[in-house]
Design a protein around this ligand. Structure first.
Ligand SMILES: NCc1[nH]cc(CCC(=O)O)c1CC(=O)O
Ligand SMILES: [Mg+2]
Length: 329
């Protein structure tokens, strides 16, 4: 307890910049950022995503350039997502297992050119299925165990292509343990798993589905596997399961509307905890900034710092390169 006013004046340490810096409780650095990058076919292609101003789909050679930029900005890790051409999507998402698919090709090229950056690979079938669901579908039901059987293969193929972190975003039960077992069997004990553990069935993913081309394809919703936004206690059960199954780190997604969950997770488990500032969060801040309604740099930095204050060890954010540049001064 501090003494009461007027002995205590909480404005006193706020009066100058030097003093504010002394009492600052949380800090953002480039080390806190993971940059999600969309990969597409072609060469020399930088294709803007309409609903995400400033974000592009990159051909593999351009993704290599982006990885170089990320490394030079001090960003420790990038996360790759493919925009699979529609003729390579099918009912079962077989392209996910192709060692030469977009993601695996990009990872090999980036590992070769920028070995010092961490590579995160998304495990889920939605960028590869004709129906846009994250798993196998039978009579309208998303099959759990059968899907896990495919995801473990997808993870091993990604590890073979150079993935440092396998990040299952599918929300099937039991996939973390199954992936851990299969990675170990294949000799990839050193490959980490970052589990999208508390992933909600959110309307904030819209622009991402646009970016990877699954928006028009998606039939129905994802409410039978992604979490109900109304639930809090359930998130801790999801996180606990994934830790017990061998996740090295866990994630809460979306980010800004779910900072209470980030705090719960960090306080309860103390494990490396990440948050995903998703496409819709990025889109709404950028849209307001482009209208002159918000200061883009200021809201970007404030929103990223808020994740740190909530207890996150890091943030997946489309702002990563812009924020890292600003942090460099
Ligand atoms: N496996 C799907 C996946 N992986 C990351 C995102 C969303 C990321 C974002 O919105 O930025 C999604 C979308 C979804 O679940 O439909
Ligand atoms: Mg789970």
């Amino acid at each position: 307890m501090t003494a009461r006013f007027p002995a205590t004046r909480l404005r006193r340490p706020r009066a100058t910049d030097w003093s504010r810096r002394m009492v600052r409780e949380n800090h953002l650095s480039a080390n806190d950022l993971i940059w999600p990058i969309f990969v597409r076919e072609g060469k020399g292609v930088v294709e803007p995503v309409a609903s995400m101003p400033g974000v592009n789909r990159l051909s593999v050679d351009e993704a290599v350039k982006a990885a170089k930029e990320a490394a030079s900005l001090g960003i420790p890790c990038i996360a790759l997502f493919p925009n699979t051409p529609s003729d390579k999507r099918d009912e079962r998402g077989d392209e996910a297992l192709n060692p030469d698919n977009l993601i695996n090709t990009a990872m090999r090229a980036i590992k070769d050119a920028v070995p010092e950056i961490g590579l995160m690979a998304d495990v889920a079938l939605d960028p590869y299925t004709s129906h846009g669901q994250d798993g196998l579908v039978e009579d309208g039901v998303i099959l759990n165990d059968e899907t896990v059987g495919v995801l473990v293969q997808q993870a091993v193929v990604q590890a073979e292509a150079g993935a440092d972190i396998i990040a299952p975003s599918d929300m099937m039960d039991g996939r973390v343990g199954a992936i851990r077992g299969e990675l170990d069997k294949a000799g990839f004990q050193h490959v980490q798993i970052m589990a999208y553990s508390a992933k909600y069935a959110s309307a904030f993913y819209g622009p991402f589905r646009d970016a990877v081309g699954s928006k028009g394809a998606l039939k129905g919703d994802k409410k039978t596997y992604q979490m109900d936004p109304a639930n809090r206690a359930e998130a801790l059960r999801e996180i606990e399961q994934d830790i017990l199954e061998g996740a090295d780190s866990v994630m809460v997604k979306p980010g800004m509307p779910y900072l209470d969950i980030v705090r719960d997770v960090k306080d309860t488990f103390g494990v490396p905890t990440y948050a995903y500032q998703v496409s819709g969060e990025y889109a709404m801040l950028m849209a307001a900034a482009q209208n002159g309604w918000l200061d883009q740099d200021a809201v970007m930095m404030e929103s990223l710092l808020a994740f740190k204050r909530a207890g996150a060890n890091g943030v997946l954010s489309y702002f990563a390169p812009m924020a890292a540049k600003l942090l460099q001064g």
